[in-house]
Each structure stands twice: as structure tokens, then as C-alpha cells.
Design a protein around this ligand. Structure first.
Ligand code: SF4
Length: 401
């Protein structure tokens, strides 16, 4: 990563902010020093460039989202991240591991609202054998053949690799054979190990995170890149995180037939009910929007950038559509991890709500698949009046568990 520290203007250490923004607006690639300097520029100036790039790099009049469901198959976890309010030890009364029928019932509810994928992740539960995972994937594919399964964070994959006596390649082949479609890039947080070590000493290290996602990309699996701010990381560390993702994307696009990260999702640390509460600064809406705009500028090879409503609420997510985001993520019919650590009391969104956010911001709402391909442009008037929207409003109850 040493090349990232080259000053933008040879022979000078002082970077000219206006010149950096001009270069960014022309679509030129910025260095580590230039990206770090963006944090000291007025946010409206940075946002204007980010929005212009977003209009160029993803469909200009459209804001997309996915109808999906989060399924957390177990909350038992032995990693014990300080920022996590979701995990339990096996002895805690409210620890759980779902059986296949319970998971299948959740997917049936997703199918009823025309959902197309599940995002299935859990804790690192040492009681589960490889058979649980492969049996689960097979069960889902047999009973819900049209549903895409994006499952298991790099942390869970690392556990499986260490525990089941398979190489990473063998493990991924086994999971793919059983039905795995994608590997969400959760657990990215800040991919700088001194930030990670403070927030979660046992957490997967950045090298392993990239090694696992690189192998997934090589095998054609869906992946996404992620970032969480608010641990107390420096601007330079945030810039390093973005550049590591940009480097991996360059590599994957060139070497794996264009199968890199399908998108980038970024949110802010939530610390309520966690051991980090009061110890990590978190991030304000201003910081979130600034980081989003800088990510859009820095990640010149990732067209699809999501706004985060679970961590920031609908209003900031809507504003984010003018700070570099072109997508509202997904409905997340059930989400337990971010919500356990405190959020805006929103565990999932309805189609109607996401259509309204996009439409009121001046964009054409579009329902997409997990690869960011548009499936349908919903009839906005019908959705906002009644019909589809009203039906989906009733689904609020589904995500409340
Ligand atoms: S964030 Fe994931 S790995 Fe860390 S304690 Fe929570 S469930 Fe476990």
C-alpha cells in the first residue's frame, strides 16, 4: 500500500483541495493523500462531485432496492466482538439455533411478498458441524428454488475453514455445491488491523477477510464490500480501507472475468447494549454523509453504492441519495444484528417506504436483484396509494421478532 502515500503534486506536501476535487470530477483516480485531504474540504463541495459521479456511474434517474430477508440462523457466537449486542453464549436463556423448518417458514414469508434473496448469517457457533450448513443450503434450494442464498460472513467461513479440515477452496466448493450463491462481505468494518484489534480482539483480520472474499470472487460468487465508521479510526485509516477495497476490485475485475464486489455498503457504528458504549465515538449524520461522498469519489471501480437506512434512519438515507448513493439497500424483512445495538427502531422497510423515499427525492424507484440488475419498475401511484404497498405494510409484524 506504499504507493497510496505519494503526494498528489510531485515535489509538494501541500495538497490543493480545489485541484483534488477537479481531478475527482474528471473521473481521475485519487491517491491516499488526496482522499485523506477530502475530509478537510467543505462537505457541500465534496458532495457535489460525489453526486455528479453517481449520476455518471449508476443509472441517473433511478434509485434501486432489493426485496430480501435477513435470517440470523444462530445467535450463539464465540468471537465476542465488543461492538456486538446480538451474540449470546450457549448457556444464555435466549440463545438459539434455528432448525431448517423454522428457516423455511421465514423464506415462505419472503416469497409471499415477491422477495428474491435471503441474506443469512449467524454467530460463530462451535456446536454446528459442516452437515448443518450444507444440509441447510440443500434444504433451502429444494424448497425455495427461486430464492438466492447469500450467506455466511468471512468470519463464519474462517471458522468453518479452521474447524472442518478443508482448504478454503474445498470448503467453498462444498458450500457452492450445496446451493450457496454469494458471500456477503459483512465484517469489513475498518480493514485496518489496529482499529479491529481494539474493537474486537478475536475478530477476523483484514488479510483473512480479503483472502476469503478473493476466493469467493474467483469462484464466481456474489460479494459486496462494506465499511463501518465510528470506532475512533483516523481519516487516513478510512482512506486506507477504501483503497484496499479499490485494489481488490481492480484485481477481481481483471482476473475473475469481471466478478468483483457487486456494490459497496457503509454504515455507522451502533453501540447501545454493547461493551463499546461510551468508549467509541460513533458517527453523526454529517460524518456519515461525508464518508459516503468520499467513498463514491474514491471507489471509481464500484458503481453501486448503497445508502444505509437501518443505522441512519430513512431521512438521512434519503439525503444520502444526493451524497453519492444510488441505491437504498434492501427491505431486510428481518434484521437482528444492527438493531440489537440500537438504531432508529427500524428492523426492516416496506416496499412502499423505499418507493416513497426514492420517489420523493426525485428518482424513479426500481426493484433489483442482489447483483443490482433491475427486475421491475413498480407503479409508484399504485404502490403509494394502496395495493402492493398496503399489503406490505402488514409485514411490519414479521420483522419484529
Ligand atoms: S459481530 Fe458477529 S462475530 Fe462478532 S460477536 Fe457478533 S455475531 Fe459474533
Amino acid at each position: 500500500m506504499t504507493s497510496h502515500h505519494t503526494p498528489a503534486v510531485p515535489g509538494t506536501d501541500v495538497l490543493d483541495g480545489a485541484a483534488i476535487l477537479d481531478r475527482a470530477a474528471r473521473g481521475e483516480r485519487l491517491s491516499h493523500a488526496e482522499i485523506t485531504a477530502l475530509y478537510d474540504l467543505p462537505l457541500p463541495d465534496v458532495a457535489a462531485v460525489a453526486h455528479e459521479l453517481r449520476l455518471q456511474r449508476s443509472p441517473a434517474d433511478t434509485v434501486s432496492f432489493l426485496i430480501d430477508r435477513n435470517i440470523n440462523y444462530t445467535n450463539v457466537c464465540n468471537v465476542g466482538c465488543n461492538f456486538c449486542a446480538f451474540y449470546r453464549t450457549p448457556r444464555q436463556k435466549d440463545s438459539y439455533t434455528l432448525d431448517y423448518d423454522q428457516i423455511s417458514a421465514k423464506i415462505t414469508e419472503l416469497e409471499a411478498v415477491n422477495g428474491t434473496r435471503i441474506l443469512m448469517q449467524g454467530g460463530v457457533n462451535p456446536a454446528l458441524g459442516l452437515d448443518y450448513y450444507t444440509g441447510l443450503l440443500r434444504h433451502i434450494k429444494a424448497h425455495h428454488p427461486s430464492i438466492r442464498i447469500d450467506a455466511f460472513s468471512p468470519e463464519e467461513v474462517l471458522f468453518m475453514e479452521k474447524t472442518f479440515g478443508l482448504s478454503l477452496d474445498e470448503l467453498l466448493d462444498t458450500l457452492i455445491d450445496a446451493g450457496l450463491d454469494g458471500l456477503p462481505g459483512a465484517g469489513g468494518e475498518i480493514l485496518e488491523d489496529d482499529v479491529r484489534a481494539k474493537a474486537a480482539p478475536a475478530r477476523i483480520r483484514s488479510d483473512d477477510w480479503f483472502r476469503i472474499l478473493d476466493a469467493a470472487q474467483r469462484k464466481g460468487l456474489y460479494t459486496i464490500s462494506t465499511m463501518v465508521i465510528g470506532f475512533g479510526e483516523s481519516h487516513a485509516q478510512r482512506a486506507s480501507h477504501l483503497l484496499k477495497i479499490r485494489d481488490q476490485q481492480d484485481k477481481a475485475l481483471a482476473a475473475y472475468g469481471g466478478n468483483g464486489f457487486s456494490g459497496f455498503a457503509m454504515w455507522t457504528l451502533q453501540t447501545e447494549n454493547t461493551r463499546l458504549h461510551g468508549k467509541a465515538p460513533g458517527a453523526s449524520a454529517h460524518e456519515y454523509l461525508q464518508q459516503l461522498a468520499i467513498a463514491r469519489i474514491a471507489l471509481d471501480n464500484i458503481p453501486n453504492i448503497q445508502a444505509s437506512w437501518p443505522a441512519q434512519g430513512f431521512k438521512v438515507a434519503q439525503a444520502a441519495l444526493y451524497y453519492g448513493a444510488g441505491d437504498l439497500g434492501s427491505t431486510m424483512l428481518e434484521e437482528n444484528v444492527v438493531s440489537a445495538a440500537g438504531n432508529h427502531n427500524r428492523h426492516h422497510a416496506t416496499v412502499r417506504e423505499l418507493v416513497r423515499i426514492a420517489h420523493d427525492a426525485g428518482f424513479r424507484p426500481a426493484i433489483r436483484n442482489s447483483r443490482f440488475q433491475i427486475i421491475e419498475y413498480p407503479d409508484v401511484t399504485a404502490v403509494l396509494d394502496h395495493g402492493l404497498g398496503a399489503e406490505l405494510e402488514e409485514d411490519r409484524a414479521v420483522g419484529a421478532n
